[in-house]
Write a protein that binds this ligand. Structure first.
Ligand SMILES: Cc1ncc(COP(=O)(O)O)c(C=O)c1O
Length: 369
């Protein structure tokens, strides 16, 4: 029988040297060490595991600082999906209607579809503008008295766009809806940009911000932040058999490894290390965008470190065949996410492979006679 500990069975990828579309990355060495050390802990039971529970408070304090929240409140979730589901749950439970809806730009992550399905909420998806950002007027037209939440994305999954968060906040306030910002991917790069995206820029109520993406923590380490702990109370249920009296998380038993590794990564990198990482990633994205443009591809400008370009499907497949882990947008562009593990050398190797394929494709076929 094969087991995971058989000699030659390895996790894939062993190296991240061809991984170009993932939104996760190689954990920072301190994050890996912390994850290993806290592997057998469960922050879901603070009475039995007080150290990891205290570390979770630290994680939320730093996440709050990153996101411009004065009095941090929230918890370390399993990822952006859970944070988004929980945010919708808060909004639904707070709304004074039996038929709540959530209004989201089409660039929103598919986790909101799960949220809507699980929570019985109507999801109203509205178009984006020509630059893939939420169209504020379309959002305004879609909200009504039964809107429980307006979603803005700060770093979209496909194009790395930042929605106009303050304007979306203004629209949300007209119908007394909550404003949720999904910064699951963008949250660790946006502090070093001029975008207005966080709690200090707009009346944001809830936010997803994931250490296990740009934060370089080990999976699973997502983050749900809320403007006031009263919002978390919407989620709390009594916990009769535990020493703690209530629990606001979606999962019960949780990964202490994720929590510890988030704290270790943020202690090590916030803010200087993350700033350097952002600058490096953005330079890499700009370099790649230019290289692809020079070769005649249409490229969506990388306003954050994410490049989307219209490589033909056959080229995409051939690149995947050469081991490049790439994926496509809904409209068929190839997307390359310049995560911390993505180096200029990797990108140069990718472009060199692309050149080889294109040369081959352009060699005229000589008919046999
Ligand atoms: C913007 C955004 N939100 C949410 C998610 C979901 O996060 P997770 O896969 O950690 O649940 C992603 C994943 O890539 C994302 O890009």
């Amino acid at each position: 029988m094969t087991t995971v500990l058989d000699g030659d069975m390895q996790a894939e990828p062993q190296a991240f040297d061809r991984v170009l579309s993932s939104m996760c990355t190689k954990p920072h060495p301190v994050a890996r060490e912390a994850a290993e050390r806290f592997l057998a802990t469960n922050p879901g039971d603070p009475g039995s595991y007080p150290t990891i529970s205290a570390l979770e408070d630290e994680a939320i304090a730093v996440l709050g600082e990153i996101a411009g929240l004065e009095e941090s409140a929230g918890y370390v979730a399993s990822g952006g999906t859970e944070a988004n589901i929980q945010a919708v749950r808060i909004a639904r439970d707070r709304a004074e209607t039996s038929q709540p809806n959530v209004v989201m730009p089409e660039s929103g992550h598919f986790s909101f579809r799960k949220a809507a399905d699980v929570l019985g909420v109507e999801l109203r998806i509205v178009p984006t503008d020509d630059d893939h950002r939420a169209d504020v007027e379309a959002v305004r037209a879609a909200v009504d008295d039964e809107t429980a939440m307006v979603v803005g994305v700060a770093g979209t999954t496909e194009y790395g766009r930042v929605d106009p968060i303050p304007e979306l906040g203004e629209v949300a306030s007209t119908v007394d809806a909550l404003l949720h910002v999904d910064a699951a991917w963008g949250g660790f790069v946006l502090p070093f940009t001029r975008y207005e995206w966080n709690f200090s820029h707009a009346p944001v109520d809830t936010m997803a911000i994931d250490p296990h993406k740009m934060g370089q923590a080990a999976v699973p380490a997502g983050g749900l932040l809320v403007r006031s702990s009263a919002l978390l109370d919407e989620l709390a249920v009594d916990t009769p058999y535990l020493e703690s009296t209530s629990q606001a998380t979606l999962t019960g038993t949780r990964s202490g490894a994720g929590v510890a590794s988030a704290v270790a990564a943020m202690d090590e990198l916030w803010p200087t290390g993350y700033r350097r990482q952002y600058e490096r990633a953005q330079h890499n994205a700009d370099w790649l965008a230019e290289a692809l443009e020079k070769r005649g591809y249409e490229v969506v400008e990388p306003t954050l470190p994410l490049v989307a370009a219209d490589l033909p499907r056959s080229t995409f497949e051939a690149l995947r065949g050469r081991g490049w882990r790439i994926s496509r947008t809904a409209t068929d562009e190839t997307r390359i996410v310049c995560m911390p593990h993505v180096t200029r050398k990797m990108l140069a190797g990718f472009v060199a492979d692309l050149d080889r394929l294109e040369v081959r494709a352009s060699v005229p076929v000589v008919a046999d006679d």
